[in-house]
Design a protein around this ligand. Sequence first.
Ligand code: NAD
Length: 324
Amino acid sequence: MRILVTGGAGYIGSHVVKQLLRAGHQPVVFDNLSVGTLDNVITGAEFIEGDILSPTQVLAALEGIEVVIHLAGLKAVGESMTHPAKYAWNNLVGSITLLNAMIEAGVKKIIFSSSAAVYGEPIELPMKEDHPTKPLSFYGHTKLEVEKLLAWYDQLSGIKFVVFRYFNAVGYDPDGDIKGLERAPQNLLPIIFEAVMGWRDKVTIFGDNYPTADGTGVRDYIHVSDLASGHLKALEYLDKNNNSLTVNLATGQGTSVAEIIKAVKQESGVDFKVEIGPPRPGDPAQIFASADKAGAVLGWQPVFSDMATIVKTTFRAYEQNKKN
Ligand SMILES: NC(=O)c1ccc[n+]([C@@H]2O[C@H](COP(=O)([O-])OP(=O)(O)OC[C@H]3O[C@@H](n4cnc5c(N)ncnc54)[C@H](O)[C@@H]3O)[C@@H](O)[C@H]2O)c1
């Protein structure tokens, strides 16, 4: 299948493209390289440098496409609160531009990268797909609005979708083929590994007095290759069913910040400095999600998401990028 992958030069997109190629599909990466890099465009994939905000560029890229995998967007929660207009443009207007071009081009299937951020403060754990959605950030709001738009585009224009609510994406390609690191990372694992490499002097734990087993925050970490395999399952689903679907991609397990730091110190042998800072406003103590629906409906199971594999694959990617 010829598949347009918006944001395919980014962290998750490059892992998705690798698996598409391996499954015999023809991925076309569409990325403005604002964050993604050419190094991340996997050999064998076509590449179009373009912006989802440009109707003409998107329409041209949709030529001969059967399915769109839409990962392009901005994802820094903090920045979305200080620069909401940037997020409104990229994540909302960009997605609308893409959907309108899909109607014009007659492309009727899309897989969309949504986020755990649509849920907000957990009321019940593990979070299921019918958990109330009350985003705590403008980023989460943009993802939820696109989910709602997709439901309307389905009803009014027959565009079928699979929405994936990813939890915390971590790890690197187990074969070591993808090694483009995240620039100016905002997430825990890359920040920890920058400390391992000596590129930053310490790691700050934001809050150690939460009502969790060790007092540090608990999140659901899912290996990026497991996220990628979900997209193959979604393609099969859209091929066989004339239905849309919204599912979590998660592990059902929570891991604490302190547990991750311990695992990384053990694997790397580097005793980097850790300091305790105040909890960040709006940061829930624990978030983890049920992946039962993805298992039952798509037949998807995570296989790389144990902490040992996550830490090993990430360490190797950082080692491959060692500055001399
Ligand atoms: N990383 C996570 O933990 C996580 C969790 C939940 C959801 N998501 C979502 O998954 C998607 C991919 O995330 P990622 O971690 O790979 O991020 P990323 O920043 O590595 O990738 C996003 C890609 O989109 C491209 N892009 C941004 N704006 C664009 C535009 N206007 N036109 C064309 N390309 C554009 C960037 O250059 C980049 O290559 C994002 O939509 C993100 O919100 C990520």
